[in-house]
Design a protein around this ligand. Structure first.
Ligand SMILES: [Cu+2]
Length: 151
């Protein structure tokens, strides 16, 4: 193989490497739970450089993880699963109490303040490629206001 051919191969593989760092996650946190509690919410700021959508999430502490939104049904604020959360290019999407959140269900352990919960976010980028983003979310005290756990 001559040097020109080698260079061409390296250049061709660069876009694939760049795609790895498309998505950044800031300030991830999870609401703490009491011992008998089976569900909690995770919140964070997600920015996708090229645009994409959050299509799935998982965590070793939860049997089921879904992306949820809060919405008014009549006069009652309820939450429901969404198939995907749009991440417009370059725009920070805020997951927060009362809005979008990552729902942790079928919890396998109590989430205690001071601990951290591992989350894996699956982001589908505009080109259809899927990217896994590993996040360590700090557990905050249960009393942190704003999130209604009723379904
Ligand atoms: Cu929820």
């Amino acid at each position: 193989m001559n040097i020109f051919k080698l260079t061409a191969i390296i250049v061709a593989s660069l876009p694939a490497l760049a795609a790895q760092a498309q998505t950044t996650v800031k300030d991830p946190w999870v609401r703490g739970t009491v011992a008998s509690q089976k569900a909690s919410g995770a919140f964070m700021h997600i920015t996708s450089a090229g645009g994409g959508k959050l299509v799935a999430a998982s965590s070793p502490v939860a049997g089921v993880v879904e992306v949820h939104e809060m919405a008014m049904e009549g006069n009652v604020m309820k939450m429901r699963a969404v198939p995907a959360l749009e991440l417009p290019a370059g725009k920070t999407v805020e997951l927060k109490p009362g809005g979008y959140h990552v729902m942790l269900m079928d919890l396998k352990q109590q989430l205690k303040p001071g601990e951290a919960v591992a989350l894996t976010l699956t982001i589908e980028n505009k080109d259809g490629k899927r990217e896994s983003v590993e996040v360590k979310a700090a557990v905050k005290p249960l009393a942190t206001p704003g999130h209604d756990m009723k379904h």
